[in-house]
Ligand binder design. Structure first.
Ligand SMILES: *[C@@H]1O[C@H](CO)[C@@H](O)[C@H](O)[C@H]1NC(C)=O
Ligand SMILES: *[C@@H]1O[C@H](CO)[C@@H](O)[C@H](O)[C@H]1NC(C)=O
Length: 171
């Protein structure tokens, strides 16, 4: 499995397990809403559910197996499977999008570099080019600019002894 896929899965596997065990409400302010089938089970069953998903001693596969058993014994296997299938297709969709963005990065990077390095244009022409590229590849441009910021060559601010680098504002 590639790194990007691992990252996406790491984020998404927090989907359910990051929820606090006592939260029975319609959704945590910072998390996803509870799976809809949780509304149809007893308080005890709901507690069992959270005991499973929040048990750090279980492997992810063990959590899946125990949840399937839990769903069966609470007579909601259909809703459970339906939700799991939706989750799987959502994850697949994100993986496909990430793959596409990652594969576009080299070409967008070189286009960005050409835009920034071409001095035979006015600033406003440069800005237009950037906007165009950004409209075409919003996520790719966003990722590259974030990387530039992370690595430290801020587009708007350079190191102290350089000050403003003088590139156009792009955010
Ligand atoms: C909850 O139970 C109701 C009544 O049996 C049913 O109509 C509904 O589909 C169930 N919802 C879920 C998410 O299981
Ligand atoms: C997890 O394992 C630790 C160490 O073996 C144990 O103390 C703890 O009770 C276990 N937690 C659960 C929820 O089983």
């Amino acid at each position: 499995m590639t790194l990007k896929v691992v990252l996406v899965l790491a984020v998404l596997s927090g989907f359910v397990s990051s929820r606090p065990p006592t939260d029975n409400g319609p959704g945590h302010p910072r998390g996803p809403p509870s799976p809809p089938y949780l509304k149809n089970v007893s308080d005890d069953a709901r507690k069992e559910f959270f005991d499973i998903v929040n048990n750090d001693n279980l492997t992810l596969a063990e959590i899946d197996t125990q949840l399937a058993t839990w769903a069966e014994s609470n007579d909601i296997s259909d809703s459970y499977s339906e939700f799991e299938a939706k989750k799987a297709s959502y994850i697949a969709e994100i993986k496909a999008k990430v793959t596409s963005v990652v594969s576009n990065l080299p070409t967008v990077q070189s286009q960005l570099e050409s835009i920034f390095e071409n001095k035979d244009q006015t600033r406003s022409a440069q800005r237009e080019q950037l906007d165009e590229l950004r409209n075409k590849y919003p996520q790719e441009v966003g990722v590259i600019l974030k990387l530039v910021g992370l690595i430290g060559l801020g587009f708007q601010k350079g190191p102290r002894d350089i000050g403003r680098i003088g590139l156009p504002r792009i955010q």
